[in-house]
Ligand binder design. Structure first.
Ligand SMILES: Nc1ncnc2c1ncn2[C@@H]1O[C@H](COP(=O)(O)OP(=O)(O)OP(=O)(O)O)[C@@H](O)[C@H]1O
Ligand SMILES: [Mg+2]
Ligand SMILES: [Zn+2]
Length: 226
């Protein structure tokens, strides 16, 4: 009840002014705003906000409810990597839960107040290729900037997009290098091994990803279990 009152910004005194909440845009009088901001710091409010961001940052519906607790076998390794601020390479066959685990990691990072972007690997490559077209909407620099600004960049399904050109690989390499250089965390899922990543992309990208913590997922395809 108290939490709900805070959410509404319930108050008995008013100075006549209305204040806009910087987090959700709702407006309150001064005392109402104070209780409303307290509400934003409650676990329930943080969870709701993180869930909204899961949707807005591109996580697909089937993965939105996934939490680290769904992955007990991988949790110690994942937890150690996250606590050390290390990037993760989530590998394994189809349906073993790679994208789900990455979504769970993203949720946790959002709960910790970090900015996150979830993107299909193919989308990154499309954006990079797009900047070389006539009448391109974004420059190469803008595309690189767009993928380097996030505290966590989650790249889904590396290798599914087919073989990219050397020029495109070099831009991806620059994005990864910039992120590594600034200490930002990344995560990627793939069906490929590191050797196959070297063949699909190039040795420089393989070498970057070899420095990430490998999480190798195995077991039966979840899609056949459900
Ligand atoms: N730990 C889990 N508990 C319950 N359901 C799960 C779990 N992991 C994955 N699933 C479910 O299994 C399905 C497949 O998982 P997911 O998409 O994460 O697999 P994937 O390894 O990324 O597959 P692909 O290689 O095809 O991309 C999803 O619908 C997901 O909700
Ligand atoms: Mg997947
Ligand atoms: Zn608010």
């Amino acid at each position: 009840m108290l939490a709900e009152a805070k959410r509404r910004g319930a108050s008995s005194v008013s100075d006549g002014y209305r204040y806009g909440c910087p987090s959700c845009g709702e407006s309150f009088d001064r005392a109402g705003m104070r209780t409303h901001m307290e509400w934003h710091r409650t676990p329930q409010a943080l969870r709701e906000a993180a869930m909204k961001q899961m949707v807005s940052c591109g996580v697909m519906r089937e993965h939105q409810e996934m939490r680290l607790g769904n992955f007990p076998a991988y949790l110690p390794l994942v937890r150690a990597a996250l606590d050390a601020g290390k990037s993760l390479l989530i590998q394994g066959p189809a349906g073993t839960g790679k994208t789900s685990l990455m979504a769970a990691i993203l949720f946790e990072q959002l709960m910790a107040g970090r900015s996150c972007r979830f993107v299909l690997s193919g989308e990154i490559f499309r954006e990079i290729r797009g900047c070389y077209e006539d009448k391109a909407e974004a420059s190469e620099r803008a595309v690189i900037g767009q993928f380097t600004e996030w505290d966590l960049l989650a790249i889904d399904d590396m290798g599914r997009e087919g073989k990219p050109s050397a020029a495109v690989c070099s831009v991806l390499h620059e994005i990864l290098s910039k992120r590594i250089g600034s200490g930002a965390m990344s995560a990627a899922t793939t069906n490929l091994t590191l050797v196959e990543i070297g063949e699909r992309y190039d040795g420089a990208i393989r070498s970057r990803l070899a420095g990430w913590v490998p999480i190798v997922m195995e077991g039966k395809d979840w899609r056949e279990r459900l």
